[in-house]
Ligand binder design. Structure first.
Ligand code: SF4
Length: 317
């Protein structure tokens, strides 16, 4: 599969088709050269672990296929916590001995009190902070991938009043990183970004560092309720089948392919489940998306927005 075909499939097909095509491509690639698996160091800093859980739900390819054919996971501080010193020795070996590795960070970086508010590992009787570990690993990494909104932009961990002084990885390191945002990130967004890195190098990214193959259009652009929005027919309560803009849906200002990708093994996504999009892939999430149940803008006030200039308060059921 060429890069152009990979991009086209990532952008335009359903999750099921994507899964079959990408899994097929990766198994072809790695059965020819299994040594191409790239070492990955995964650091979970200040977060809930949701992106690790999301990755474990991967279907296209699944987690076992990811581990056997795509990455060589050398260190994951949450999954390997019981291994203690042995895990840290493997981490040291990877940093010293590998020509390159991918550093994946989940969770925001606590910058206050020298990082002591977020401790991620212990060596003998010394605790290691997330900020210290990330600062040590970053200069040696071939790529740095932030997964989930906390790692990308601070996310819920950095929500007001943010007592831990948490920030996203790029801001903490003062450098550009690849941001696979979302709360959590979809497993396909993580696996697809890794696949692109290994097969074709760094993917094209938007101004927020998000790969455009998954974040190139708004949720609103591809929403199944879009025709209701265009006709100004709005739901009055959760559960109504019409457009949920007036119930606070942030789809028009949120970039992600959820409507075609779908979640939970390609079964559902928030709008299909009668819940407005809350904008979890955006840099301003969550503070800037509140209140969750109010429209993100006045229809007549937003230049260039779909429906701008039209009278407020379209038809209701
Ligand atoms: S506002 Fe929300 S529910 Fe309505 S069409 Fe856009 S994304 Fe879909």
């Amino acid at each position: 599969m060429t890069r152009e075909e990979f991009l086209a499939f990532s952008r335009s097909t359903s999750g099921q088709e994507y899964r079959e095509r990408v899994t097929g491509t990766l198994s072809e690639f790695y059965s020819a050269s299994p040594e191409r698996r790239m070492p990955v160091i995964w650091v979970e800093a200040g977060g809930c672990g949701g992106n690790t859980i999301s990755l474990l739900n991967a279907m296209g390819p699944n987690f076992q296929q990811v581990m056997e054919g795509l990455i060589d996971l050398r260190f994951h501080n949450t999954l390997m916590w019981p291994e203690d010193d042995a895990a840290l020795e493997e981490l040291d070996r990877t940093v010293r001995g590998s020509p390159g590795f991918i550093l994946m960070v989940e969770g925001a970086v606590s910058s206050r009190d020298q990082g002591r508010l977020c401790l991620v590992a212990a060596r003998e009787d010394r605790m290691i902070s997330g900020s210290a570990l990330i600062r040590r690993l970053a200069p040696r990494a071939s790529y740095i991938v932030a997964v989930g909104d906390c790692a990308c932009f601070g996310g819920p961990t950095a929500a007001r009043p943010n007592p831990s002084g948490s920030v996203g990885v790029g801001r903490f390191l003062r450098r550009k990183v690849i941001n696979v945002s979302g709360c959590p990130a979809h497993p396909d967004w993580m696996v697809g970004t890794l696949a692109h890195l290994l097969l074709f190098g760094e993917p094209e990214m938007d101004e927020h560092g998000r790969p455009t193959l998954f974040y190139g259009e708004t949720v609103h652009d591809r929403c199944t309720r879009r025709s209701f929005f265009d006709q100004r027919v709005f739901a009055r309560k959760l559960g109504d089948p019409e457009c949920m803009f007036e119930l606070g849906c942030k789809g028009p200002i949120t970039f992600a392919d959820c409507p075609v990708r779908q979640w939970n093994c390609y079964q559902n996504w928030p709008v299909k489940g009668n819940t407005p999009c809350i904008g979890c892939t955006e840099p301003t999430f969550p503070d800037g998306m509140e209140p969750f149940f109010k429209p993100p803008f006045e229809l007549e006030d937003r230049d260039g927005a779909p429906g701008a200039g039209r009278p407020r308060g379209g038809r209701r059921r």
